[in-house]
Design a protein around this ligand. Structure first.
Ligand SMILES: O=c1ccn([C@H]2C[C@H](O)[C@@H](CO)O2)c(=O)[nH]1
Ligand SMILES: [Zn+2]
Length: 160
């Protein structure tokens, strides 16, 4: 029988492993990012749900890459705004992100990304910022790691 001792790793420890990317956005950058997500939301192709979502990613070199949800008559094939933005960014050679702004309208509630989008964002690090925004530009700040704790991701704790 293996003799290794039980070893508990503190919850949230993974947040400390990728601190290098953690950078505060300036107010101007954040305003521009939310504005970009609002604009891309206008291009949402959502004839089935009629629920428009826009996203805007800020890459490590301050490039903004947008996305919107793109639905399909075969409903399950619909792609969310967040994944559209991440996939577009990857096509353009980006894999390091500072932040994403996501804009949708659901009364006075913030709309959080679905599980699939959380997993896709976690592929590219847990320690980057997520701004959930409303069309009136109020926003809530969180991080990828907070949205997907204890995740199955390349950033997860490696036991020495
Ligand atoms: O964070 C979210 C939540 C939902 N949607 C899309 C998927 C679908 O097209 C529509 C309704 O779920 O909204 C997104 O793009 N992002
Ligand atoms: Zn999603």
């Amino acid at each position: 029988m293996a003799s290794s001792k039980l070893q508990q790793v503190a919850a949230g420890a993974h947040d400390a492993t990728t601190a290098e990317m953690h950078k505060q956005l300036s107010d101007e950058q954040l305003g521009d990012l939310i504005e970009a997500s609002l604009e891309s939301r206008e291009n949402s192709y959502s004839p089935y749900s009629k629920f428009k979502v826009g996203a805007a990613l800020l890459t490590h070199d301050d490039t903004v890459i947008t996305g919107c949800n793109v639905e399909n008559i075969s409903y399950g094939l619909s792609n969310c705004a967040e994944r559209t933005a991440v996939f577009r960014a990857v096509v353009q050679g980006y894999r390091k992100f500072k932040a994403i702004a996501i804009t949708a309208e659901m009364g006075n509630k913030f709309v959080g990304p679905c599980g699939a989008c959380r997993q896709v964002m976690a592929e590219f690090g847990l320690d980057w910022e997520v701004y959930l925004a409303m069309p009136n530009k109020s926003y809530m700040k969180t991080t990828v790691g907070k949205l997907l704790p204890d995740s199955f991701s390349p950033d997860w704790v490696t036991l020495g």
